[in-house]
Design a protein around this ligand. Structure first.
Ligand code: BGC
Length: 763
C-alpha cells in the first residue's frame, strides 16, 4: 500500500495537518500555474524548514555554462534553464517584534489545499507564537487563467489576543536556482520602486537579457489597525511594512495583486511601465471578481478535457491531477512556449523541451483543445528548423537533427551517449506532424510547414545510416534508443524502424503535395533543392533498412546482440535492487538486459496499424517483464498495448502507476517537481488504452473496455471540428455528438454514424 500524501477527493488536493518533513513534496503536488507563469506551493510566510522556493515565468531562461568532467567536441556550451524568478508571493509577518517562521511557531491546526476545479491554492493555519498568543491565517492565491500576467493573494490574519503586528508584503529578486552549475546568480536588478500601496521590481537575466518586471499593489479591507508604514527598497528587494496592533478577536485582511510582464511580450524599455499599468487596469476589481473570471476559464477547460470516473475516487483524483497540471503548464496560446518535463513545478530538466512533447503531450492537446493549439506545438519546431540544421552540421551530418533538450532550438544536452546518439527524437518530431495531420485532416500544414521539417529530417537519416555491403543493408550504428539503460548500441529496432517510417512518410507527403498542392510542391522542391537522385536514395534506404528481429521468438530485437545478455526478469530481482538507477552501478545497468522505458513497444504503439495483435502480443510478453519503467514516460505506453491485447488487469496496474506516480511519490522524487509530460501519457492510457482510441482508415475508432474497479468513465474528444462525449459502462458505450456534423466512426470494428447520441451494447 503506497503512502497517501493528499486526502482522497475528486477535486481537491489537501495536505491535512502540518508535515514539515515532507513539505517539498506538498510544494510540488499543490503547485499552481497558468501557462504564462507558475510556482510551487511555497508559503507566503517565512519558513526555515525544507523548501524549494520556485516561481517560474514561461520562456525566461538563462544559458548556464556546461559543466562536464571531460569535454567532447560537439558538446553545447550551455544548458538553458527556465529560471527561478522574483518571489512575488512573499508576505512576512511579525508579531510582538518576533518573526513568524512557520517552521518554528507552534502549529495547532493546518490545512493546505489546491482545488483542481478552479486553481485556487488555499491554506488555513492556527498557531501559537512563542509567547503563547494564538493566531489564525487564512490565505488564498491563484494565477489567473483569464489574464495570464495576473496573480492574486488574499491574506487574512486573525488574533485571539492583543498584539502588535507588522505585515510586510514584498517582492524578492535575490533568488537562486538550486541547480546552478557554478552557483552563480542569474539576475541583475534594473529598477525598483515602493510606495504605500504599490511596489515594483524589474530584473534582467544575465546573458539572455530577458527583462521581467513584477508590479504588486496592496489593498486592505480596512486600515483601522495600521498606525505606521515604511517603504523598503534595498538590493533586488522591495516591500512595504505595515505596522499596527490588533485587539482580541480582530482580523486584518490584505489583498496582494501581482502583474508579471516580460520583454518576451513588450519592448524592453516598456516592461516596467507595462507591469504597473496592466496591474492598475484591475484597480477596481476585487479578488473575488478576478477569481471568478479565472474560474470561468477553468470551467471551460474542464468542460473539454475532464475525464469522469465513477466507482473509484482515487482513480478520479489521479486522472484530474494529471489533466489539471497539463492545463496549468501549457495553454497553447503562445507558440514560442513548450512543455518542460517538470512544467512550473521544479527546476529539474531545466524547463526545456524534450521529445516528450511530440511523443506524449501532442495527443492530449489534439484530443482536448482546438487544433490551433497542437499546431502551435508543431510550429515551435518549425521555427527552430534552421537551428536543427546547424545542429546536424555541427556533428558533420546533412539535414536536421533536432536537439534532445532545447529552449531556443540549440542543443543543451551534454552527455555524449544522449546528445549525439539518442537521435530517435528526430522521428518523434516527424511523427507528430503525421499524427496532427491524421487527427485533424489539416493537410495544408504539410504544404505550409510540415514538409520542410520532414524533408530535412529525412536528409539527416539518409546521411546518418551506413551501408553494410556484406549484408546489403543500411544500419544505424552508435545510437541510444529510448531505453537509456543501454548506450552506443548498433541497430536499435525502434530507431531504425522509425527512420524507415520517416523516409516513407516524407515520400508519401511529397506525392500528396504533387497532386493536391502542385504549386507548393514545385516551390518546396526548388527551395529545398531536392533532386531525383536524393529521392532514389531515400527509396533504396527504405527498402534495405536493417530491422533486427528474432524470427523464432517472433520478436523485434531491442538492438544487435540484445539476446547475448543474461536474460533475467524484473520479477526475479529482489526488491532491494529497485529502482536500478539508485541501486546499481551504471556499468551493471548497461550490461543487464533491463530496459528503462518503452522502446520496441514505443514503435508498436506509434505504428499501431502496421502490426497485428500476434506481433504485439509476442513483443509485449517478451519486453514487459524486462522493463523497469524507470522513466515516467514508460508505463502509459505499456498500459495502452496491454489494453489492446485484452490484458485488462495488467493495463490497469500500469495505469495506476502512471496516474498516481506523483501523488503517491512512486519514484521517490516528487519533491523535485512533477512529471508533467508523462501526465499526457496518463490521459492516453485512458483514452487510447481503455477507450481503445485509434484512427483507422481515416475514421475515429474506439474499442473500449472498463476496468473492473470502475462503474463508469466518460471523456470528451475534440475531433475534426466536432466534440463528442464517450461514456463507457460495463454493459456498453454511450456516445453523444455535442457539437458538429454527423460523424462516421467505428466502434468495436463496426461502422456507425453518430448524429446525436447512441448506445452500443458490449459484445
Ligand atoms: C527519459 C527521456 C525523457 C526525459 C525527460 C528521461 O528520463 O529517458 O525519454 O525525454 O527523461 O522526460
Amino acid at each position: 500500500m503506497m503512502k497517501q500524501y493528499v486526502l482522497e477527493h475528486e477535486w481537491e488536493l489537501t495536505e491535512d495537518g502540518f508535515h514539515p518533513e515532507t513539505n517539498e513534496i506538498y510544494e510540488s503536488l499543490l503547485s499552481i500555474g497558468n501557462g504564462h507563469m507558475g510556482g510551487r506551493a511555497n508559503f507566503e510566510e517565512d519558513f526555515s524548514g525544507n523548501t524549494l522556493q520556485g516561481t517560474y515565468v514561461g520562456g525566461i531562461y538563462y544559458p548556464d555554462k556546461t559543466r562536464v568532467g571531460w569535454w567532447k567536441n560537439g558538446y553545447p556550451e550551455y544548458f538553458a534553464k527556465v529560471l527561478n524568478a522574483t518571489n512575488f508571493i512573499g508576505i512576512r509577518i511579525e508579531i510582538d517584534g518576533d518573526l513568524v517562521d512557520l517552521a518554528k511557531v507552534n502549529i495547532i491546526d493546518f490545512k493546505r489545499s489546491t482545488n483542481m476545479k478552479n486553481g485556487l491554492l488555499s491554506k488555513k493555519i492556527i498557531f501559537d507564537t512563542s509567547k503563547g498568543k494564538r493566531f489564525t491565517i487564512h490565505s488564498e492565491r491563484f494565477f489567473s487563467l483569464s489574464d495570464p500576467e495576473l496573480a492574486c493573494i488574499s491574506y487574512k490574519l486573525t488574533s485571539e489576543n492583543s498584539a502588535s503586528i507588522k505585515i510586510t508584503p514584498y517582492l524578492d529578486g535575490n533568488i537562486k536556482n538550486q541547480d546552478a552549475n557554478y552557483d552563480e546568480l542569474f539576475w541583475e536588478s534594473i529598477s525598483s520602486e515602493a510606495t504605500k500601496y504599490q511596489s515594483s521590481l524589474t530584473m534582467k537575466t544575465l546573458k539572455t537579457d530577458f527583462v521581467v518586471s513584477v508590479a504588486s499593489s496592496y489593498s486592505w479591507s480596512s486600515e483601522f489597525w495600521i498606525s505606521d508604514f515604511n517603504v523598503i527598497e534595498k538590493n533586488k528587494f522591495t516591500a512595504t511594512e505595515f505596522c499596527g496592533s490588533l485587539n482580541k478577536g480582530e482580523s486584518v485582511h490584505l489583498t496582494k495583486y501581482i502583474n508579471v510582464s516580460t520583454s518576451r511580450d513588450y519592448d524592453t524599455n516598456d516592461v516596467t511601465k507595462k507591469a504597473s499599468s496592466n496591474l492598475n487596469f484591475h484597480n477596481k476589481d476585487s479578488f473575488e471578481s478576478l477569481f471568478l473570471k479565472s474560474e470561468a476559464k477553468w470551467k471551460s477547460h474542464w468542460d473539454h478535457c475532464d475525464i469522469k470516473i465513477e466507482g473509484d475516487s482515487s482513480a478520479q483524483q489521479g486522472i484530474r491531477f494529471n489533466i489539471f497540471h497539463l492545463n496549468q503548464t501549457y495553454t497553447g496560446i503562445d507558440s514560442r512556449l513548450n512543455i518542460g518535463p517538470k512544467g512550473f513545478t521544479g527546476e529539474k530538466y531545466g524547463g526545456s523541451t524534450y521529445w516528450d512533447t511530440e511523443a506524449y503531450c501532442l495527443p492530449f492537446y489534439l484530443g482536448t483543445s482546438d487544433e490551433s493549439i497542437s499546431k502551435n506545438l508543431l510550429l515551435y519546431r518549425y521555427n527552430q528548423l534552421d537551428k536543427a540544421i546547424e545542429n546536424a552540421s555541427k556533428l558533420g551530418l546533412a539535414g536536421a537533427l533536432y536537439p534532445m533538450v532545447t529552449m531556443n532550438g540549440e542543443e543543451c544536452h551534454n552527455e555524449w551517449e544522449i546528445t549525439f546518439e539518442e537521435i530517435h527524437r528526430n522521428a518523434a518530431i516527424s511523427y507528430a506532424i503525421f499524427n496532427y495531420v491524421r487527427y485533424t485532416g489539416d493537410e495544408s500544414y504539410l504544404a505550409s510547414n510540415g514538409f520542410e521539417v520532414l524533408a530535412q529530417i529525412s536528409r539527416f537519416w539518409a546521411d546518418r545510416v551506413n551501408y553494410n555491403p556484406y549484408k546489403d543493408v543500411y544500419m544505424l550504428l552508435g545510437v541510444t534508443g529510448p531505453n537509456e539503460y543501454d548506450n552506443n548500441i548498433n541497430n536499435n529496432w525502434y530507431t531504425n524502424r522509425m527512420a524507415k517510417w520517416n523516409l516513407e512518410y516524407t515520400l508519401e507527403v511529397l506525392s500528396l503535395l504533387e497532386h493536391k498542392y502542385p504549386k507548393d510542391h514545385s516551390r518546396l522542391m526548388s527551395k529545398l533543392n531536392i533532386t531525383d537522385k536524393e529521392l532514389k536514395t531515400w527509396n533504396v534506404i527504405i527498402n534495405k533498412m536493417y530491422l533486427p528481429e528474432d524470427k523464432d521468438m517472433g520478436i523485434f530485437l531491442q538492438q544487435d546482440g540484445y539476446l547475448d545478455k543474461e536474460q533475467i526478469l524484473v520479477e526475479d530481482l529482489d526488491a532491494k535492487h529497485l529502482p536500478l538507477n539508485q541501486n546499481w552501478s551504471w556499468d551493471r545497468i548497461l550490461r543487464s538486459c533491463f530496459i528503462k522505458q518503452a522502446d520496441v513497444l514505443q514503435g508498436l504503439f506509434f505504428l499501431y496499424d502496421q502490426y497485428d495483435l500476434d506481433v504485439k502480443k509476442k513483443n509485449f510478453d517478451f519486453y514487459e517483464p524486462r522493463t523497469v519503467h524507470e522513466s515516467s514516460l514508460s508505463p502509459c505506453v505499456h498500459s495502452i498495448i496491454a489494453s489492446e491485447l485484452g490484458y485488462e488487469d495488467k493495463a490497469y496496474e500500469l495505469y495506476l502507476r502512471t496516474a498516481r506516480l506523483d501523488l503517491d511519490n512512486y519514484n521517490n522524487d516528487t519533491e523535485d517537481g512533477l512529471h508533467i509530460t508523462s501526465m499526457a501519457g496518463t490521459w492516453m492510457s485512458v483514452v487510447y488504452g481503455f477507450g481503445g482510441f485509434k484512427i483507422i482508415d481515416d475514421k475515429l475508432s474506439l474499442n473500449p473496455f472498463i476496468p473492473k474497479a470502475w462503474t463508469n468513465y466518460t471523456f470528451k474528444l475534440n475531433f475534426r471540428s466536432r466534440i463528442l462525449s464517450v461514456g463507457v459502462k460495463h454493459d456498453g458505450v454511450h456516445l453523444e455528438l455535442i457539437n458538429g456534423l454527423p460523424l462516421d466512426l467505428l466502434i468495436n470494428s463496426k461502422s456507425y454514424t453518430l448524429s446525436s447520441s447512441m448506445f452500443i451494447k458490449s459484445n
